[in-house]
Write a protein that binds this ligand. Structure first.
Ligand code: ADP
Ligand code: XUL
Length: 536
């Protein structure tokens, strides 16, 4: 897995604490990728018994990951990097990204332990008693419906909450998760001295102290006023009362240097004590940086979840989707749409319809025509975020519900349905194609050209990919470079002007526009029907 490290000069590290794995990329000052490595939670840390990096509760709605698993993964990753020959003494700066919205609860006294980590032992051994809640709620959780309603009522409704925080109340957002924790785990909550996002938790491990949240990831909590960049007192009050501000700390611009790595890193791995830690952010904001997204581009990340994002000059929050503070320029914004039924649903159909092979899955896409003879599929294995629906719903060309399709048609129904949904909801958030528009694809499934072809045809826009498909990780390394003291004053885009350009992967089929403009209208109609039939 680890590329052999061949390095001269200085290094910048980007970490990504994603749902299923912890990844790292090391770049040099000329933006060459020198080293990549990863730790896969399920297979390399089986003692935590996660599936896809998470535990799903008996209610099917509660989804958590053990904080200690992330810590142990970091121990292991650094050992792997050391074995591969990475010279940590040359690392000038590091930063990171993480799955958004998840929350980590540090127990009373943990801050002291963080500040006194000793180089002879690993982090997991020293931090094992530092979490008041062992299993952290993560972004896949959808158990906080009640808390969301309360939060919205407290500030005058969904539209008002969106106006303040960039999003109406979402179950996975941290504000309602904290609210639930305080109510249902009152004792553990009472023993908590600090709440981190997964991103600021990870930064804290390097800093040896509690790290500030950055504006970008803090926008995913339903607590931050995205215009003033201060916590909304009304939202804090509704989520957990006045003590919450102290537990969260003060958020900072995403490019902030939080300090240098703690002596632990110097003693155990030979880091320089001058190595800067740049604020960590969410994986989607970090991907925006990694892809060097321009206005007019649409980024589509095909990871565990599928997400879409665009750069926004002005914040115009709506009832659907999210507006975050922009991680590259904190005076601007980004919009994000998140779809839970992404890669895991594609994997399920790969296993059922294509004998478990991506090649078989691709062959099914190649063997079936654009428009799939009118079959349209909705695959919501778990309750979807956009739109809030659940279940599998298949329709024929006459809009009649059908119960099954051939294996090949089913694969295409899934992938076309997923991308029709992405297009429909992106257009509703204000995305429109302009001359020169590009779709930039990233994430695990972006290495599959046949999936990209369907994306390209449905959007009717050329699709580009990045050399490194882990754009969040790369974005974190770019942010480390930009935040390093020697880059001070230079803009993000100036520092990265020589970064590799995205590469054209596929162009639209000549028939694509005709087929999918029409199919999109049908899809919108059918989605309304599915939602109506499911009820509120
Ligand atoms: P995350 O960062 O959310 O952990 P990744 O971006 O690494 O996830 O994507 C992981 C997913 O990529 C896997 O769940 C898998 O379904 C998907 N994937 C990997 N290779 C392929 C492929 N050749 N075709 C389609 N999907 C793929
Ligand atoms: C974004 C979201 C997911 C996570 C997973 O709002 O919930 O994309 O960040 O990585």
């Amino acid at each position: 897995m680890a590329a052999a490290a061949h390095q001269e000069g200085e290094l910048y590290l980007g970490f990504d604490f994603s749902t299923q794995q912890l990844k790292v990329v090391a770049i040099d000052q000329d933006l060459n990728v020198i080293h990549q490595n990863r730790v896969h939670f399920d297979s390399q840390l089986p003692e935590f018994r996660t599936e896809g990096g998470v535990h799903v509760g008996a209610d099917g709605l509660t989804v958590t990951s053990p904080a200690l698993m992330w810590v142990k993964a970091l121990d292991l990753l650094l050992e792997q990097m050391q074995e591969a020959g990475v010279d940590f003494s040359t690392v000038r700066a590091l930063s990171g990204s993480a799955q958004q919205h998840g929350s980590v609860y540090w127990k009373n006294g943990a801050g002291l332990t963080l500040g006194r980590l000793r180089g002879e032992h690993g982090l997991s051994q020293q931090l094992q008693d530092c979490f008041s809640v062992r299993d952290c709620p993560v972004w896949m959780d959808s158990s906080t419906g009640r808390q969301c309603r309360r939060l919205q009522e407290a500030v005058g409704g969904a539209a008002q909450l969106a106006e303040i925080t960039g999003s109406r109340a979402y179950e996975r957002f941290t504000g309602s998760q904290i609210c639930k924790m305080r109510k249902e785990r009152a004792q553990e909550f009472g023993e908590t001295e600090r709440i981190s996002l997964v991103s600021s938790f990870a930064a804290s491990l390097f800093l040896g102290d509690y790290a500030a949240m950055d504006y970008g990831d803090a926008s995913g909590m339903n607590l931050l006023d995205i215009r003033s960049k201060k916590w909304s007192q009304a939202c804090l009050e509704a989520a957990a009362g006045p003590g919450l501000e102290r537990l969260l700390g003060t958020p900072l611009p995403s490019a902030s240097v939080l300090g240098n790595v703690s002596p632990y890193w110097v003693n155990r791995f030979g880091f320089s004590d001058q190595c800067s830690v740049v604020a960590f952010t969410g994986d989607n904001p970090a991907s925006l940086a990694g892809m060097r997204l321009r206005e007019g581009d649409l980024a589509v990340s095909l990871g565990t979840s599928d997400t879409l994002f665009v750069w926004l000059r002005h914040a115009r929050p709506a009832l659907e989707g999210h507006v975050f503070v922009n991680p590259v320029d904190w005076r601007q914004f980004m919009a994000l749409l998140c779809f839970k039924n992404g890669s895991l649903t594609r994997e399920r159909l790969r296993n059922r319809c294509a004998g478990g092979s991506w090649e078989g899955f691709s062959a099914a896409l190649r063997q079936t025509p654009l428009g799939n003879h009118g079959y349209v599929g909705f695959y919501f294995d778990v309750r979807e975020i956009t739109p809030p629906a659940v279940g599998v719903h298949l329709f024929d060309a006459e809009d009649k519900e059908v119960s099954s399709l051939s294996a090949e048609a089913e694969v295409r129904a899934l992938v076309e349905g997923q991308f029709l949904s992405r297009r429909l909801h992106a257009e509703r958030l204000g995305y429109s194609v302009v001359p020169g528009s590009r779709v930039l694809a990233t994430g695990g499934a972006s290495r599959n050209k046949d999936i990209l072809q369907v994306l390209c045809d449905v959007m009717n826009v050329p699709v580009y990919t990045m050399d490194v498909s882990d754009s969040a990780c790369l974005g974190a390394a770019y942010r480390a470079l930009h935040g390093a003291p020697e880059a001070s004053g230079e803009s993000f885009f100036d520092v990265l002007k020589n970064a590799p350009e995205a590469r054209l992967a596929v162009t639209p089929h000549p028939e694509a526009q005709r087929v999918y403009d029409e199919m999109l209208r049908r899809y919108a109609r059918l989605e309304k029907r599915v939602l109506r039939e499911l009820g509120p």
